[in-house]
Design a protein around this ligand. Structure first.
Ligand code: NAD
Length: 294
């Protein structure tokens, strides 16, 4: 069964008549944006919130189940970007009611939702697969996969109803996957499987949303220096092998969160208007092949 609705004459598809051009100014001016997993001070979520705010988003919802830094992040963003409304939410990204509530709040306050960046994630269980029990595996799937499903489940209908012109709906849903979802991963099998599932969700949901103008993509970072990888860096430092982490990458280093955040900004903006259903590796070339380290 072809899930794509019969669109008849190509020229008659209203959404194709308006094509967003490249932005000459702030890339997400006026957009309402939700970003999850924003509490971690060096994390991809916080860096992305800054990118969206710096590029004139109208409102930002920064959400995390750990809210210990959210008020500080909010104050910091409000002083740097006074024109942006910043809202904090303590929520579990894998909880249906929490996700629905933040989407409902955005629609109630602003009458629209433009970007949902489902970025919250956990590292899984870095041990031999034979030692991972079913509950541990399910915990990882719940946070890393169900969260992206719920983001799309509630964001897409809201975007469809409320985007600028009803004839030309738009919206961008982004999930954070990983290069670990594109190829094998020495760390945790539950993590890899969960991130492969995020890629699959982006591919499948983008097709199910065919004809709506809403885009769904996954970002696949390589090794990024964040709260998540801090224990790995610390352990490598203790062993004196920290440099090896960079040497395994064609660019010779791990990424800064901001380098991933800038791709999230691009995928959330109209500049990526024809990018849909993709897994975007932001990994310095790690997934391109086997590194040659002389
Ligand atoms: P991080 O640990 O620094 O930040 C993750 C944030 O997600 C934390 O603030 C945490 O509290 C939050 N979170 C976890 N579970 C949650 C839940 N159920 N509900 C709400 N918030 C929750 O890690 P990061 O590196 O910034 O990770 C961001 C995303 O990038 C994750 O999905 C991660 O899997 C992915 N990623 C990271 C790397 C890397 O090298 N750091 C590589 C590939 C993919």
């Amino acid at each position: 069964v072809n899930p794509i609705p019969d669109q008849g004459n190509f020229e008659n598809i209203p959404r194709l008549k308006k094509v967003a051009g490249p932005s000459n100014g702030p890339r997400v001016k006026g957009k309402v944006v939700i970003v999850t997993g924003t509490n971690s001070p060096k994390g991809i979520g916080r860096a992305s919130a800054h990118q969206f705010a710096q590029n004139d988003a109208r409102a930002l919802y920064i959400c995390d189940y750990d809210d210990s830094n959210l008020a500080t992040h909010k104050r910091e963003m409000e002083s740097l970007y006074p024109g942006v409304d910043v809202h904090t939410r303590r929520f579990d990204a894998a909880d249906e009611q929490s996700v629905k509530a933040v989407v409902d709040d955005a629609i109630k306050a602003y009458g629209r939702l433009d970007v949902f960046f489902a970025n919250a994630g956990v590292v899984g269980h870095p041990k031999m697969f034979t030692d991972i029990d079913a509950d541990e595996f399910l915990d990882t799937m719940r946070t890393n996969v169900v969260s992206v499903h719920l983001a799309a489940k509630y964001a897409a209908p809201a975007m469809m109803k409320t985007s600028d012109e009803k004839k030309h709906p738009s919206g961008s849903i982004i999930g954070t996957a990983s290069v670990a979802g594109l190829r094998s991963n020495a760390g945790s099998s539950d993590y890899s499987a969960s991130k492969a599932a995020v890629v699959s969700l982006a591919q499948t949901i983008s097709y199910q949303l065919a004809g709506t103008g809403i885009r769904v993509n996954a970002i696949c970072p390589g090794v990024v220096q964040t709260g998540m990888t801090a224990p790995m860096y610390d352990a490598a430092r203790a062993r004196g092998t920290e440099k090896k982490i960079g040497q395994l990458n064609p660019l010779g280093r791990g990424a800064h969160a901001d380098e991933v955040a800038r791709v999230a900004l691009f995928l959330g903006s109209d500049e990526s208007s024809y990018v849909n259903g993709q897994a975007w590796a932001v990994d310095g070339g790690l997934s391109a092949g086997h590194p040659f380290v002389p």
